[in-house]
Design a binder for this molecule. Structure first.
Ligand SMILES: Nc1nc2c(ncn2[C@@H]2O[C@H](COP(=O)(O)OP(=O)(O)O)[C@@H](OP(=O)(O)OP(=O)(O)O)[C@H]2O)c(=O)[nH]1
Length: 245
């Protein structure tokens, strides 16, 4: 069977072989990794689904190829060392050499904790508080786009799972058991993320970014409603101590 001749894309089409190369690397570096499940459940969803989802959200909100590549690789430094047995520094170096310094910078900015050989990750609340502080001061619209696309993809997945789990508090507690800080920490983190994006100087005057923050806000509000709480309540939960809101 002969396949029809492929039409050449216009010279300025934004996605090139660099993007395909990043998809291949994302697959290779996260091979064997699944999305989190509650204790006792068997993981089934390959982690790559999240990386493709974040790139998809970023493109829908106006990402350039460089930003979309960073979206595909945004978890390489956090999770790659476990699945590739290479250090975060080595992976960061390969990203820089293959895709350039801007992708390497965006991936670094999307990382809340790089595993250091022989060291534990910092405590959850400390890591999230530091990340929120960095976001609040973030000057780069590109960094905000990659980060908020990541959080929107996660928030939508959580909302779908919470609605699927049903509206008993037992079902919700079981679902949130997959996350280190359970329902309260997770809800507080997403509400403080919305506040941090809105405060970030790099987000001002970027209509597509503001639309992305609005969509995250709507999703987090729906999540709070599904859990029977308000934004004011979740902001004041004690899980993330140095409250940046
Ligand atoms: N199965 C599943 N897993 C989810 C979902 N949403 C988020 N996750 C993953 O769980 C992480 C949050 O889990 P936690 O136990 O709270 O914290 P931690 O992994 O950061 O220590 C997210 O990290 P993050 O730093 O917030 O984002 P990311 O950059 O790792 O994506 C993300 O990797 C979801 O709906 N389903």
């Amino acid at each position: 069977m002969t396949l029809p001749q492929q039409k050449q894309p216009p010279a300025d089409f934004p996605l090139t072989d660099r993007f395909t190369g990043a998809m291949r690397l994302a697959h290779e570096w996260h091979r064997g990794q699944y999305r989190k499940v509650a204790p006792g459940e068997t993981p089934t969803v390959p982690y790559l689904s999240h990386l493709l989802g974040v790139a998809s959200v970023a493109l829908e909100f106006g990402a350039t190829e460089t930003e979309a590549i960073a979206a595909l690789l945004h978890d390489a430094l956090e999770d790659g060392p476990e699945y590739t047995r290479r250090s975060a520094d080595a992976l960061h170096g390969e990203i820089r050499d293959t895709f350039g310094p801007e992708v390497a910078r965006l991936v670094k900015d999307a990382t809340d904790a790089e595993p250091q050989a022989g060291e534990e990750k910092a405590p959850w609340g400390e890591r999230k508080a530091n990340y929120l502080r960095e976001l609040e001061a973030q000057q780069s619209a590109s960094s905000l786009l990659v980060s908020a696309s990541d959080k929107l993809h996660n928030a939508r997945a959580i909302l779908t799972d919470v609605l699927t789990a049903g509206d008993s508090s037992e079902a919700r507690t079981a679902f949130f058991g997959r996350f280190k800080q359970g329902q309260s920490g997770t809800l507080q983190y997403y509400r403080l993320l919305v506040d941090a994006y809105r405060a970030a100087p790099g987000g001002r005057d970027h209509p597509r970014l503001l639309a992305l923050f609005d969509e995250l806000d709507r999703t987090v509000t729906a999540l709070e409603q599904a859990c029977g709480v308000t934004a004011e309540t979740t902001r004041n939960y004690p899980n993330i101590q140095s409250n940046t809101a």
